[in-house]
Design a protein around this ligand. Structure first.
Ligand code: AMP
Length: 223
């Protein structure tokens, strides 16, 4: 049995053409069912639905043989374990799906340039603390990091933080909350993550899926 860990939403929707290239069709719609284990048209392949940030954990401990998650999630997980390889994770493919960016955003009336130039301490709220810490350390800006798990846009609006580091796609969420994107930290896309031990034990079926995904990755430019 091959177990693939996915999260609902954009990643699930955008991985479907790649699964189809591997001849795999998920037999249930996760938006219509409460099931967490979904069968596929291939009796030896199943999908488990987990939170995006839990995908590397499932793959690391063998709860899934492979999974799909954003580069943001992989960087945060790897920072905890001293690298993806040390967590027993193999990252063979950038799938170039669910693309977005990690950016710094502030209230539209906050003078970010001045705050950064002055070398003042910046209070930064984020779920992506490893990415944020690294980014501001490279800039030589001192930050007080506040870990949040969601609704980061609220932090500058309530005075909890001066800035947030969050995923941005269209920018509509920032705009709706009167926040402005002041720096783009990195582009994000989803990657395939594979359990290294599983790759040895189930080499042929896993390689077949990896190769099929590789052949169906969307083109590099655009989006
Ligand atoms: P948007 O309004 O299109 O800029 O989307 C921003 C919101 O969607 C933020 O709350 C982000 O955390 C979330 N978001 C955007 N892109 C992604 C993605 N690829 N994966 C997960 N969350 C995302």
């Amino acid at each position: 049995m091959i177990t693939l860990a996915l999260s609902k939403g954009r990643i699930f929707d955008e991985i479907m053409p790649l699964l189809a290239a591997a001849g795999i069709e998920v037999l249930e719609d996760p938006e219509k069912s409460r099931k967490l284990i979904l069968a596929t048209n291939q009796p030896d392949v199943r999908v488990v639905l987990v939170r995006a940030s839990d995908v590397p954990t499932y793959v690391q401990y063998g709860g899934a043989d492979m999974g799909v998650c954003g580069k943001d999630t992989l960087i945060e997980h790897s920072a905890e374990w001293g690298g993806a390889a040390r967590a027993g994770l193999f990252l063979p493919l950038d799938l170039r799906i669910a693309r977005c960016r990690v950016s710094v955003a502030v209230r539209s009336d906050f003078d970010y340039e001045h705050a950064v130039r002055q070398g003042a301490r910046l209070r930064v709220a984020s779920k992506y603390t490893a990415i944020a810490r690294d980014f501001f350390a490279t800039k030589g800006v001192h930050v007080d990091m506040i870990k949040l798990y969601g609704s980061m846009e609220l932090a500058p609006l309530t005075g909890l933080a001066d800035a947030i580091v969050d995923l941005v796609s269209t920018g509509n969420t920032l705009k709706a909350n009167h926040l402005v994107e002041v720096e783009r930290i990195m582009d994000i896309s989803s990657h395939l993550v594979v359990n290294q031990a599983a790759l040895k034990l189930k080499q042929a079926p896993l390689r077949r899926i990896i190769d099929a995904f590789a052949s169906a990755i969307p083109p590099a430019e655009g989006g």
